[in-house]
Design a protein around this ligand. Sequence first.
Ligand code: FES
Length: 125
Amino acid sequence: MQDFLEQYQTVLEHEVATWFKVGSVSDFPENSGACIKYKTKQIAVYNYTRMGKWYACQNMCPHKMENVLALGMIGDKDGIPKVACPMHKKNFSLEDGSNLGGEDYKIATYPVKIEEGNVYIGFVD
Ligand code: FES
């Protein structure tokens, strides 16, 4: 299980080797999440229109290793965009993946770009 979790590492925009097309903008619901698969990874994608931004992170919640974050409610805490895990409501920053409750859980985040109506997520592999 640990190996499975280790495949999720935050990717910064300047590190991207592959921009993977995951669909068109209209494929994604507004202000909620959807899940896509890249190789062995499940990635949650959020079209956060209230913030005018897109976010992507690992779908697996590091608390109980459940693939559920795409189903989480998005919102903000003191202006920081976040997702709340639907299982036990742990909150993660969509900007840097940190746990907003100060606990030692962190999620990997991935850059998203929109080009000509299509959505791309950046990976290093
Ligand atoms: S599984 Fe996500 S908060 Fe417990």
